[in-house]
Design a protein around this ligand. Structure first.
Ligand SMILES: Nc1ncnc2c1ncn2[C@@H]1O[C@H](COP(=O)(O)OP(=O)(O)OP(=O)(O)O)[C@@H](O)[C@H]1O
Ligand SMILES: [Mg+2]
Length: 451
């Protein structure tokens, strides 16, 4: 019976190879195989990494492509010599040329002829060469051969080492911007006109409120001018009768009797005061008409020297005939305060503030409205303070909003303060603020430049 070979025999003699580790050749082989194994494993790893990177690159590429093709604005990438390197879909559509056709074409060839030779074109190309930022308007030739004005922004393009490699130009058809601008302008003009109308109608409303006061004021001087005129007419008749009698050579006795009967001496004494009072009445009528002119001149933006003291007095004078006036109107004013401002608008603001104060104290006992004028070196403060209920913390944030009112329907439109605010800030270059007094009531302050 043959003997089973030992393990060491198998190791040394399998298939005729001798794998003994003790032999130097074998050891080298094994090292080579192990080395190859390691290299292979590295290769496999690198391959996987490469594939991952490729996928990422592919995704990034697709992402950029999709963005470029969905961009509404045009995009052109050039080298520093202004040769086109890449364009987006919007640009392809606009010019009717493909990326491939445009590659390495001079950018200039896409401008309409007049633009291509222009100073502007040279400047843009210089900006591209030097990598400096610029915004400009360029006419590009469209696929139909029409000129399309574009608003272009040109920015430098650097590679990963920071070297300037060209420019990225983005642009938007100006037609759209112009259309949008025109629409905006039209809306703005309409708004301005509506605002002007509002100011005017608000003016008419304050004027309406004043009409009662004006009528009352006019009535006084006119009625005593009338009265005086009737008296003068009577005196004139008596003088005529007396003179006729004197010219008929009547006796001195008869003349004296007639003089007493016709009250000639009394009339002579009365005439100067009648004339004086009539002149004063006429003077007052003239002043009233002048006051009304302040309201009659619309949109007069002129800033002229205005004595705020007389303006306050005249406003108070007119408002004091308001139907619902239930307050003592108190003033705290210097003798004179002249500044350059828009008289009509300040008048209008003050009337609004006074009317609001009058409304606020309508049901208050011992109601008081105090109008005060104070100055600092560069500002003037005109305040209207009342002892009404004041304004709640919530409402105080809204009082200057258009159409904000707490008054019943038909009484307030809620426009007085919002228009006054606009007039104070925009027309008079000042401000209008509100606060509640610590002892109750509200105080509005119109601040104007002390110029
Ligand atoms: N002195 C005040 N005291 C208390 N509340 C006031 C005072 N002034 C204004 N307000 C509040 O501010 C609101 C807005 O005032 P605004 O003058 O803008 O409108 P209005 O007086 O209600 O109406 P309009 O002035 O158009 O006739 C008023 O309804 C009122 O609630
Ligand atoms: Mg009001």
């Amino acid at each position: 019976m043959a003997n089973k070979p030992s393990d060491s025999q198998l190791l040394h003699e399998t298939d005729g190879f001798d794998l003994s580790l003790n032999r130097p050749d074998d050891k080298a082989w094994i090292e080579v195989i192990q080395h190859m194994d390691a290299i292979y494993a590295d290769l496999v790893r690198s391959q996987v990494e490469l594939e991952n990177k490729n996928t990422e690159l592919e995704e990034a590429h697709q992402f950029i492509e999709s963005i470029l093709s969905t961009m509404h604005n045009i995009l052109v990438v050039t080298d520093t010599a202004s040769r086109i390197q890449r364009v987006n879909l919007a640009f392809e559509k606009l010019t009717g040329k493909t990326n491939l056709e445009l590659k390495n074409q001079p950018l200039k060839t896409l401008f309409v002829k007049s633009t291509a030779d222009s100073e502007l074109s040279h400047t843009l190309i210089e900006h591209i060469r030097t990598g400096t930022l610029t915004d400009c308007e360029i006419d590009i030739a469209s696929i139909q051969g029409e000129k399309v004005p574009m608003a272009i922004t040109c920015k430098a393009h650097y590679d990963h080492t920071g070297k300037l490699i060209g420019s990225v130009l983005t642009g938007r058809p100006l037609g759209e911007i112009r259309k949008a601008y025109l629409k905006l302008k039209e809306t703005h003009d309409k708004l301005k006109m509506a605002q002007q109308q509002l100011i005017q109608s608000e003016k008419m409303a304050s004027l309406g409120q004043l009409v009662a006061g004006v009528a009352h004021e006019l009535n006084n001087p006119i009625s005593f001018v009338f009265g005086n005129m009737y008296a003068l007419q009577r005196y004139e008749k008596n003088f005529r009768l007396y003179l006729e009698a004197v010219h008929q050579n009547i006796s001195t006795e008869e003349r004296d009797k007639l003089r007493v009967k016709l009250k000639i001496d009394y009339a002579l004494k009365d005439i100067p005061s009648l004339l004086e009072a009539s002149l004063e009445g006429a003077e007052r009528v003239k002043n009233i008409v002048q006051e009304l002119r302040r309201f009659a001149t619309p949109g007069n933006n002129k800033h002229v020297n205005v004595d705020l003291v007389s303006l306050v007095k005249s406003s108070i004078h007119w408002i004091s005939h308001s139907a619902n006036l239930n307050a003592k109107l108190i003033t705290d004013l210097p003798d004179e305060l002249i500044i350059k401002t828009n008289e009509g608008y300040v008048h209008q603001i003050l009337i609004n503030l006074l009317q609001n104060a009058i409304d606020a104290v309508e049901h208050i006992d011992e109601a008081e409205i105090i109008v005060a004028l104070r100055t600092s070196s560069d500002e003037v403060y005109l305040s209207v303070r009342d002892n009404g209920p004041g304004i709640t913390p919530k409402d105080i944030l809204s009082v200057f909003d258009p159409f904000f009112t707490t008054k019943p329907v038909g009484k307030g439109t809620g426009l007085g303060l919002s228009i006054s605010y606009g007039l104070a800030t925009e027309q008079c270059h000042g401000s209008l603020s509100v606060e509640n007094n610590s002892d109750g009531g509200a105080m509005f302050t119109l601040t104007l430049p002390n110029v």
